[in-house]
Design a protein around this ligand. Structure first.
Ligand code: NAD
Length: 259
């Protein structure tokens, strides 16, 4: 048990992050969970991972918009047996045209979806470098490569995290540390579910109609990727088979960016 690797996944109380934490636990990693939610739900997930997969689980309530809380989270993870894998996944969305985009929403999306990954990496990298091993996987999006209307802050942040990842990859090319992004298309999670509900309310349609429209607009494969499949991709990027994959951006998007 002393040799198990430890993975920290930001925003892992829901959706894709939860899928990633579960896949890593199933692969034998100790896990630090992070994110918001009801204490009961978080405790249940915590127990589930420990009991089901026999790994050690910790939870950090750090707010990814707060650099000082991020620093404390990473220092705790490193101090408590070391850290091997950092997955920056926490993310939020805000939908508005640029001219109507609230300044506070812009700042919030940039802080959580981009700056948090700078702060986690900044504090984790010296530890990875000293050990000569580390994996950083950043969950970007197809919106790291292409734009969509009404998502200015999200698209800017996701393009930014793709660039940040390349720099981390280059600076650590011979230090045993890789950094990559995964760029999902549509994954059915609470973040996307909310967009479907909002569209149905706005257009006077059903959620089924809006789901079909959402996929049909952008994603040639007319079905969602699952959080489990993103989790499996993270496990692959942490495996020996992937140890020369760095600075890359893996689209998991049903053909979205092939168009
Ligand atoms: P989600 O809303 O289901 O989960 C988001 C997670 O982030 C939750 O655990 C939440 O508590 C956490 N979080 C939010 N703000 C936080 C903060 N300030 N501090 C700490 N944790 C915080 O969303 P999701 O769809 O699972 O998205 C996860 C990531 O995947 C995001 O970065 C998102 O941009 C990206 N992504 C999602 C899709 C998709 O179709 N769902 C596609 C591409 C990329």
């Amino acid at each position: 048990a002393a040799t198990r690797k430890h993975a920290l996944v930001t925003g892992s109380t829901s959706g894709i992050g939860r899928g990633i934490a579960t896949a890593l636990a199933a692969a034998g990693y100790d896990i630090t969970l992070n994110g918001f939610g009801s204490p009961d739900d978080i405790a249940a997930l915590h127990r589930e991972l420990e009991e089901f997969y026999g790994v050690r689980v910790r939870y950090s309530p750090a707010d990814m918009s707060k650099p000082d809380e991020i620093k404390e989270m990473i220092e705790q993870a490193v101090g408590d047996g070391g850290l091997d894998v950092l997955v920056n996944n926490a993310g939020v969305q805000h939908i508005d045209r640029v001219e109507a985009f609230p300044d506070s929403a812009w700042d919030r999306v940039l802080a959580i979806n981009l700056s948090s990954a700078f702060h986690t990496a900044k504090h984790a990298l010296p530890h990875f470098q000293a050990k000569g091993w580390g994996r950083i996987v950043n969950i970007a999006s197809v919106h790291g490569h292409v734009g969509s209307e009404n998502k200015a802050a999200y698209v800017a942040a996701k393009h930014g995290i793709v660039g940040l990842t390349k720099v981390i990859a280059l600076e650590n090319a011979n230090k045993g540390v890789t950094a990559n992004t995964i760029c999902p298309g549509w994954v059915l999670t609470p973040l996307v579910k909310q967009q479907i509900v909002d569209r149905a309310a706005k257009n006077g349609t059903t959620e089924e109609q809006e789901t079909a429209a959402l996929l049909g607009e952008k994603q040639p494969m007319l079905r969602f990727t699952t959080p489990e499949k993103i989790g499996a991709t993270v496990v692959f990027l942490c495996s020996d088979a992937a140890d020369t994959i760095t600075g890359s951006s893996l689209t998991v998007d049903g053909g979205w960016t092939a168009q």
